[in-house]
Design a protein around this ligand. Structure first.
Ligand SMILES: *[C@@H]1O[C@H](CO)[C@@H](O)[C@H](O)[C@H]1NC(C)=O
Ligand SMILES: *[C@@H]1O[C@H](CO)[C@@H](O)[C@H](O)[C@H]1NC(C)=O
Ligand SMILES: *[C@@H]1O[C@H](CO)[C@@H](O)[C@H](O)[C@H]1NC(C)=O
Ligand SMILES: *[C@@H]1O[C@H](CO)[C@@H](O)[C@H](O)[C@H]1NC(C)=O
Ligand SMILES: *[C@@H]1O[C@H](CO)[C@@H](O)[C@H](O)[C@H]1NC(C)=O
Length: 393
């Protein structure tokens, strides 16, 4: 008896072990193998004076001039910006690096990576999981440190995909080209639409991977395909990015995540929500400040259907946010809600990092229900009235 139960315990342990192996084959949420480029190549890291493009980078394949660069390394008198740790990778003209990743066909993934540009020229980065691709423009410096984390989402068409970063540039100076670092992946799930709220992911809790120790948030550039976004449910419509922020490094109204709107009208986020035509609705949301020394005033333009309202951030003395609302009547079965920052704000300490108002807890609800509630109450009171009349007589 005891022996057979011991054996079955072993069998289930073995099954668990293999089940574990089977699940770990698919990329876990988090950094990719050598996603921070800190794993030494077999011949060691190239030192400053013997830069050699042929150094094989562990876990990656490269083509073209791909260099491992090191913190403190200079180029043309300028110290190269290394986003995190001691090493990163620089992509020369038309150069690329790729890594094979196991994913789940049909699922949506978000890739987080940090990028910096090296020269003053227009630099961009083509990130792709063929056939999906997007070119991320590195021209705008969103913060004074000279680098930023970005996120890009794709839907897996196969179980085995290649994640490719390519510098599409053809600069005169071949030592120019973007620097990338800190690459992570996360499988996204689409949160259910809550009861009494037409907004999906209105609390912004589901979104791209964020490194716990990176204090810059994650930039969300335009998503070209409305259905595939690093922020499920939401769409960044503008040319400029918005910033996804966490409660570890920013002030967030509720939960662990929110968004910070940047660059005035150039940073627009929207969602199409389900509504019933000709019915009254109310849009409510938290409007706050991120605790990042952003120079006030802060204000947003909020849109719901054909209504638009300019709302200034004027919280109670002790709060870092206020709840704002906008009433509207739905005109169709889908209504667009959207937000952008009215002002073009920068931080008061460095005068150049972009910042802005925080939006969180977005809700759209049918506001006719109160009246219905009153109606029911009225009916009940009327009924009680007639009953009491009946009892009295
Ligand atoms: C490397 O890039 C060149 C030019 O873009 C291309 O012709 C070649 O096929 C690539 N090699 C590999 C192994 O991908
Ligand atoms: C990015 O590169 C891929 C190939 O890696 C290419 O098919 C795609 O057209 C490029 N995308 C853009 C927007 O340039
Ligand atoms: C951030 O955390 C990662 C592991 O999560 C670690 O490898 C890295 O060194 C940390 N970076 C800094 C700057 O502390
Ligand atoms: C404001 O915050 C301070 C410190 O957190 C607290 O002591 C005080 O009671 C708060 N005042 C109000 C009106 O909430
Ligand atoms: C929306 O309507 C409610 C009452 O139905 C009202 O309390 C609220 O102030 C209105 N909001 C705005 C922005 O007018």
């Amino acid at each position: 008896m005891a022996q057979s139960s011991a054996r079955s315990k072993w069998v289930s342990l073995l099954i668990l072990f293999f089940a574990h192996l089977a699940t770990t084959i698919i990329a876990d949420d988090g950094p990719l193998p050598n996603g921070d480029f800190e794993t030494p190549p077999t011949n060691g890291f190239p030192s400053d004076d013997i830069l050699d493009g042929a150094t094989a980078i562990p876990s990656w394949k490269s083509n073209g001039t791909v260099e491992l660069v090191e913190a403190g390394q200079k180029q043309g008198g300028m110290i190269l910006i290394i986003p995190e740790g001691r090493h990163a990778v620089r992509l020369g003209n038309d150069a690329e690096i790729r890594q094979e990743v196991k994913v789940e066909k049909g699922s949506t993934y978000s890739v987080t990576f940090s990028a910096a540009r090296t020269c003053a020229q227009l630099e961009s980065l083509n990130v792709s999981v063929p056939p999906a691709s997007q070119t991320i423009d590195l021209q705008t410096l969103y913060n004074v440190q000279g680098w930023d984390p970005y996120a890009w989402a794709f839907e897996a068409e196969q179980d085995d995909v290649s994640l490719v970063f390519r510098n599409p540039g053809m600069e005169d100076d071949p030592t120019c080209g973007p620097i990338i670092d800190d690459i992570a992946i996360k499988k996204l799930f689409s949160p259910d639409r809550p009861k009494d709220n037409a907004v999906v992911n209105g609390d912004f809790e589901e979104g791209p991977w964020m490194f716990r120790n990176t204090s810059l948030g994650v930039l969300l550039p335009t998503n070209l395909d409305e259905e595939i976004s690093s922020l499920p449910g939401w769409n960044v419509e503008s040319n400029r990015a918005i910033r996804y922020i966490d409660s570890y490094h920013f002030t967030v109204p509720e939960g662990k995540r929110a968004i910070e709107l940047l660059s005035g009208k150039e940073g627009i986020i929207s969602q199409m929500v389900e509504t019933a035509p000709n019915k009254p609705y109310r849009l409510t949301f938290s409007l706050g400040q991120a605790g990042d020394k952003c120079k006030q005033p802060l204000a947003v333009m909020a849109f719901a259907g054909d209504q638009a309202q300019n709302i200034h951030y004027t919280p109670d003395s002790n709060s870092s946010f206020q709840v704002a609302n906008l009433n509207f009547t739905a005109k169709a079965e889908r209504t667009r809600i959207a937000f952008y920052s009215i002002y073009y704000n920068t931080r008061s300490d460095d005068m150049s990092s972009l910042c802005g108002p925080v939006v969180d807890d977005v809700k759209v609800w049918f506001s006719g229900s109160n009246r219905n509630g009153l109606g029911v109450l009225g009916l009940a009171l009327g009924f009680a009235f007639w009953v009491s009349i009946f009892v009295i007589f």
